[in-house]
Design a protein around this ligand. Sequence first.
Ligand code: NAP
Length: 245
Amino acid sequence: MMKRVMLITGASRGIGASVAYEAATAGYFVVINYNKSENEAIALSEKIINDGGECKLVKADISDSSQAKMLCDEALTYSGKIDVLVNNAGISSFSLFTEITDKLWDDTFNTNVKGNFYVTRAAVPHMVREKNGKIINISSIWGVCGSSCEVHYSASKAAVIGMTKALAKELGPSNITVNCIAPGVIDTEMNNALSDEDIKSLCDETPLERIGKPWEIARSVLFLASDDAAFITGQVLSPNGGFLI
Ligand code: NAP
């Protein structure tokens, strides 16, 4: 494969879908992972192909260790390499702290933390062999500053930052960079539970007076994936409109 290959987890919708589209139209071959949203994933792949890009769809629940391994194996079998891994798949929910059930805590960590670990562990041996790779983890501002009624989500996203920093140290000698993006509030289905009033008050608290768009996160991913970011590793880039400075 001549093109650079980018594997994006959770790319059927929202930020991941935007990363896949922007990367494909910028010349990457993209491996689009999805789990439940098959129709959306197919529609995205058709749009990418119509616009001259190339991609492959792989269904996998990344919270399952064997499916996560299968995802990387399929990407490698098909395209021969993974130059960039974007760990984007994630889930969020609201709950008072004392009402967080064991299941809700586990579900959140299984996808947001263990899923990231499973996919990365499967991709790293290939990157180490190639002495080349870029890993980009999607955290959240809430993983930096914490969010009320989202302790489970905030803790999982803080864990992603910890994984980023530690792995950057371990993989630097193999010429692999590991960075993190901690977006502010972005206009995706993840925020469907927020009322218009909630969104307005978030905008009021944001110096740029608005929430972000998925493509604005995609552009940050493309920057960290590019050679312009070759000397950047272990960092947290936070496109958030100034909400958190
Ligand atoms: P979204 O619109 O809800 O999309 C979530 C994506 O993750 C979907 O494509 C979904 O795939 C996938 N996914 C969830 N669980 C999965 C699993 N077990 N295996 C494989 N894929 C799975 O969310 P989003 O807003 O784009 O969020 C993307 C990432 O950005 C998440 O990590 C989120 O925490 C983070 N983030 C979002 C915001 C925001 O305001 N939106 C802010 C900061 C950080 P299927 O539908 O196919 O199952």
